[in-house]
Design a protein around this ligand. Structure first.
Ligand SMILES: [Zn+2]
Ligand SMILES: [Zn+2]
Length: 282
């Protein structure tokens, strides 16, 4: 119980810090003589002001969706029955259960006492099994998995754009002074903002590029970094990815496909197409 309360406290602290940073930096810029002040406070440029506010709110909404949407935790109530039973939340890629049988070899999670569908991994921080596990994100304080990965990526995209825009506004607002001490004093707040923005921007933009690459090639972070330890990948050729359906299709499924997928079925379909239906299935 105490542990659960501590956990809840950490969630609240991290999410409050995030919200404070996302709102706080623009507020400090509005207090200075900046483009943002003229646009929002004096409302001299309505389109500029509305665009900035919409982007800011969109990034916050995506952040909280990524935090609060169930990442794909395996439901304990479906213990032992998950494997081949039809789940109303899952799509039917194959009617042919024999094909699924061939590809399906569910691993057992000793912690959750459930059978893990393909691409599922137990998260030691969440203490749950997560479908299409990507990673556990300390900034969200939850896992990134099949259900919330798109929100996480949209959050990275929107917050990166917001940071670049805010860095530009901040940089443009630095005032020139002949005396460098005066120069430092009069721009101190802007320099603090720039410091935070550049550090955050490098991290967020790096993550955005990395996750965009993973989405396009149809991999998860876990599969990318631990391929040689994953039973359904380690015996396959390094250049072969059984979940890659082509970059446009991967992107479409990632952003627009809301149902949970039967990865075993796709795996079997690709394996049959390759003429190696049994070689890579462990
Ligand atoms: Zn587990
Ligand atoms: Zn987790």
């Amino acid at each position: 119980m105490i542990c659960r309360l501590c956990c809840c406290g950490v969630h609240i602290i991290i999410r409050t810090v995030h919200t404070a940073l996302v709102l706080g930096i623009p507020i400090t810029l509005i207090t200075q003589d900046t483009e943002l002040r003229h646009a929002i406070y004096y409302f001299q440029r309505p389109f500029y002001a509305i665009s900035y506010i919409v982007l800011l709110l969109f990034s916050l909404v995506m952040y909280f969706l990524a935090c609060l949407v169930n990442p794909g935790f395996l439901p304990p109530s479906k213990k032992k029955t998950l494997s081949l039973n039809n789940n109303s939340d899952e799509e039917d890629i194959f009617e042919d259960s024999n094909m699924i049988n061939k590809a399906t070899n569910y691993r057992h999670c000793d912690f959750c006492e459930v059978e893990q569908p393909m691409r599922t991994k137990h998260c030691e921080d969440c203490k749950r099994c997560v479908r299409k596990y990507d990673h556990h994100c300390p900034w969200l304080e939850t896992c990134v998995g099949e259900r919330n990965h798109r929100f996480f990526w949209l959050f990275l995209l929107s917050i990166s754009s917001l940071i670049f825009w805010t860095v530009y506004i901040t940089w443009e607002s630095i005032v020139y002074k002949l005396d460098w001490i005066q120069w430092l004093e009069s721009n101190a707040l802007l320099f603090c903002d720039l410091f935070v923005l550049i550090i955050a921007g490098m991290v967020v933009f790096g993550l955005l590029c990395f996750h965009s690459y993973l989405i396009v090639v149809g991999l998860t972070t876990w599969e990318f970094v631990s391929r040689e330890r994953i039973t359904y990948l380690k015996y396959l050729d390094d250049s072969y990815n059984p979940f890659d359906e082509g970059c446009l299709c991967n992107l479409y499924h990632f952003l627009c496909h809301w149902k949970l997928r039967r990865w075993e079925a796709l795996y079997a379909k690709k394996a049959e197409a390759q003429g190696t239906s049994n070689s890579g299935i462990v």
